[in-house]
Design a binder for this molecule. Structure first.
Ligand SMILES: *[C@@H]1O[C@H](CO)[C@@H](O)[C@H](O)[C@H]1NC(C)=O
Ligand SMILES: *[C@@H]1O[C@H](CO)[C@@H](O)[C@H](O)[C@H]1NC(C)=O
Ligand SMILES: *[C@@H]1O[C@H](CO)[C@@H](O)[C@H](O)[C@H]1NC(C)=O
Length: 237
């Protein structure tokens, strides 16, 4: 289990993906985390019980509503991908239009269970790792959990089936609140999503977002924009 942590963190932190990564935050995280990881010899990233875990909804104002009664927490994930937008014209009086997101989700249940401090710090780190390198690191570490994409412009979809779980959901937005002021600039809102279609999942939270917001307007922009982001996702079913 410890191998998984070391692998992932070494990919993320110590620069197996060297040139592409801005050194400062990654190095800072490596320095911060290294002693903790050698102390927590049992700590893994994925595969832990979520019995005693609840989502970090107390960081925003207003807060998102808690999960509906009767649901239980099934997965906690870290997601890394892009929020996509279009610009109909490269002009300052045109604003980018969202056309959805594409992301890879990693099992983060052990961080949620044992080290929420690290879990909460991870999106701001992950967003600085190239998208494909993060997915590759997750693959090597065996913690790929789900694919996230949009079935249409208003239908966020999460599919766990490619990774050996039966669950999937086509969701709809129920609530959104601004990311806290200390998030990295341009971070997409925190969301609560509800059920449209699927199996095994009824509600989804996107919290601790990092990045993903488009430029304020389309001046000098290309017709399609992909804005890097990362976030925690919490799934109830
Ligand atoms: C939110 O709650 C957690 C767990 O009780 C606590 O550790 C954290 O400090 C709280 N954060 C804020 C911003 O209130
Ligand atoms: C969004 O961007 C991703 C790259 O992250 C790309 O693979 C995907 O096709 C794009 N999706 C849409 C709907 O534009
Ligand atoms: C758009 O490009 C023009 C010409 O290069 C430049 O003068 C202007 O500052 C740019 N605007 C923005 C918002 O970057």
């Amino acid at each position: 289990m410890i191998i998984k942590v070391i692998l992932l963190i070494s990919f993320l932190a110590v620069g197996i993906i060297p040139a592409a990564v801005g050194a400062t935050p990654i190095d800072a995280l490596a320095t911060t985390l290294a002693p903790d990881f050698s102390l927590d010899a049992d700590l893994s990233i994925g595969g832990c019980s979520l019995n005693k875990v609840s989502p970090p909804l107390n960081y925003t104002s207003p807060k998102l509503d808690g999960p509906s009664p009767g649901l239980s927490l099934k997965y906690v994930a870290l997601g890394r991908g892009t929020q996509n937008y279009t610009c109909s014209k490269a002009a300052s009086n045109v604003v980018p239009t969202s056309i959805g997101a594409v992301a890879t989700l990693f099992d983060a249940s052990c961080l949620a269970a044992c080290r929420p401090d690290i879990l909460n710090a991870m999106p701001a780190v992950l967003v600085q790792i190239p998208d494909d390198a993060a997915a590759a690191a997750g693959d090597v570490s065996g913690i790929l959990l789900a694919d996230h994409y949009f079935a249409d412009n208003s239908t966020p979809t999460f599919d766990f089936r490619p990774y050996g779980h039966p669950d999937w959901i086509q969701a709809k937005r129920l609530q959104g609140v601004p990311a806290p002021a200390n998030s990295i600039p341009g971070s997409v809102p925190w969301l609560k999503l509800g059920y449209k279609a699927g199996s095994g999942i009824k509600e989804v939270y996107r919290v601790f977002t990092a990045g993903g917001n488009p430029p304020a307007n389309c001046e000098n922009q290309t017709s399609t924009l992909e804005v890097d982001y990362a976030a925690q996702y919490w799934f109830y079913g």
